[in-house]
Design a protein around this ligand. Sequence first.
Ligand SMILES: [Zn+2]
Length: 459
Amino acid sequence: MQSHAQSTVPGPFRYTFPKPMTARVVSTLLLFASPLLISQTPSANTSKMPSKTQSPAEVHRSALVIDTHADTPQRFLDEHFDLADPRNGGNLNLDSIHKGNLGAEFFSIWVDPRHYKGQYARRTLELIDSVKQQVARHPDQIQFVASPEGIEEAHRNHKFAALMGIEGGHSIENSIPLLRQYYALGVRYMTLTWSNSNDWADSSGDINDTTIPHTKEGLTEFGKDVVYEMNRLGMMVDISHVSDRTFYRTLVITRAPIIASHSGARALCNAPRNMTDDMLLAVARSGGPNSKGGVVQVNFFSGFVSQAYWDALKAVQPEIDKAIAEAKDKAKAEGREFKFPDEEKIQRSYLDRIPRPPLSMLIDHIDHIAKVAGVDHVGLGSDFDGVYGQLPEGLDSPADLPKITAALMARGYSADDCRKILGGNLLRVFREVEQVAKELQAKDRPRITDKQPFDKAQK
Ligand SMILES: [Zn+2]
């Protein structure tokens, strides 16, 4: 992520249509827990299980925990970080994954659009490769998967499931064939934009910057084709980072439920990266008439969790920008490359001075989304290794995830609800996205995109 402080105009219209919000027995409950644990039988109806007898630790260990956003691939590539290493300032490693019973991670394939101009596809492929290299190095502990069944199978094998999501549509370089090849390599969601608007979708990060061209309706015709092709392939459509207008336009276009891979509630922290109550509800109701709806995966970044942190961040941002600009100039003068880790170091030195919000504020976001959108529509999207280490108190790595379960149970969430939030909801959406893809594929052959080569004049 990138925490430029910007404000955003709220969505111009409400997008709501009635849909039954039926609860669904989460079949993932039959999954095995970590190696230490007792498994539940496939026929166990956990909704009838006496949750009072289960301690929060037991509930956490019995869950298939899925996180939908970690930026660790940049560490793999730029810092030669290995998941078996000590965390060394980062958030994610194998030790913490095992301690916190993290079952699956969607590794973020994020291409810095400023640093890799003209090389988006190359950098995307290198990041994808970096994830696969980690799997190849630790085949006894990590399994590369690209389906809901794959996540479950890895869990049964007592392995950590590694998946991938692309963060920022600029990675496809305006090419639907490239999108298809990323799918073929195992990418299972794409965030339509990062903090930069691309040629076919707008970002909340620069929507108020008049020097940057934006679309008329949130998505260009080509952008609509991208969403359709993602639906047809079975790649989850992720609306974290997009502008409000792009969000609502995507909802009109998508035939499958959508996800927010790492976003919070704007009612609690008014950052443009967070979502209004109307948007939360709209995600819950996304998909076709028979859809069970999408899911909002809550971002742990202190700046999106706490209003006080966000305000402090906005206040110090100009100073940070200045320091980064100076460091860039200095690097240039000395003939050195200035990469994201260099920038991150500077960001961190400033942000470390802002007090961390308490963990309870993160729980407030989960609780708020569960109340507004329903407990079937909220999950975890940590943004580990992507937020300069700026996380709520006591939350430094996946090893701390059991604290979230304990806090939810302390607020009265049942064992069943906790397991939904920890991963069951995401699995449900992933399954439905694949089902919609099957239906679309039965009807439609791949479209050869007659709109390419992409022409900006189409806007
Ligand atoms: Zn992000």
